[in-house]
Ligand binder design. Structure first.
Ligand code: SF4
Length: 236
């Protein structure tokens, strides 16, 4: 079964979490404050699309309101052929596995990859997210020149990447009344690319209809790096 970047991040925290997403999503409880944060993140991402000036967004919807992934992938390929300078929600698939990159920006003979996060801090899981995208873009033949996080830049960061994956560069930009902090984490993302290549098919199997539920006991991973939405189900 295909794996998305969200699937990958969630399975890395706990394989049972991905299994529940696929087989019993009705058991999840998303606290209202978390949902509000997710919604705010979408708004932040929409504004950040213009951070490098004019751009083309591939987002396409079906008549029933759902995203039209096939159209997005096709549009992305056409934009790449035309050497479009900035592409937002650039969509890629490889063996059905899918990702939409927040921003691709033409850089020399390739593209710089940007992931937008409504956070002040460069966290390890954000770098992993970029690594998954780097893996899929590489498999789709896109030369990725650098991997970057676009973060909030209006307060000092309280967090940091994993010590083994420090960021290589930091810059600040202002756009639409927001101050953004852009950190380059190519080295860390390439490490996470390797992880994606090792685990992507294994995680895909967890989503199969006949896959047994992984035997995972609740532990500290239920709250790290995020409190799991199945916490009540597993801890009852
Ligand atoms: S509550 Fe813990 S064990 Fe259960 S799915 Fe979530 S992370 Fe896994």
């Amino acid at each position: 079964m295909p794996v998305s970047k969200t699937d990958f991040i969630r399975a890395l925290q706990c394989e049972k979490m991905l299994w529940l997403d696929a087989h019993a999503p009705e058991l999840k409880i998303i606290p209202p404050e978390v949902q509000a944060r997710l919604d705010a993140g979408n708004d932040f991402g929409d504004v950040a699309m213009g951070i490098f000036g004019d751009y083309v967004e591939t987002t396409t919807f079906r008549e029933d309101g759902r995203l039209n992934y096939a159209a997005m992938i096709e549009k992305t390929q056409a934009l790449l052929r035309d050497d479009a300078p900035v592409i937002c929600e650039a969509a890629f698939t490889w063996y059905g596995n899918f990702c939409a990159a927040d921003i691709l920006r033409k850089e020399g003979a390739g593209y710089a990859l940007y992931e937008v996060k409504n956070s002040h801090s460069a966290r390890k899981e954000f770098v992993t997210d970029l690594g998954f995208q780097h893996f899929l873009l590489r498999k789709c033949g896109v030369p990725v020149t650098s991997c970057n996080l676009i973060l909030r830049g209006d307060e000092p960061p309280q967090d940091y990447c994993h010590p083994d994956e420090p960021y290589e560069k930091e810059e600040f930009r202002t756009h639409a009344d927001f101050r953004y902090r852009i950190v380059t984490v190519t080295k860390g993302a390439r490490l996470a690319d390797k992880l994606a290549s090792e685990r992507i098919f294994e995680y895909g199997k967890l989503k199969r209809k006949d896959a047994p539920m992984p035997d995972v006991s609740p532990s500290h991973h239920c709250e790290t790096p995020y409190r799991c939405w199945y916490y009540e189900y597993c801890h009852k």
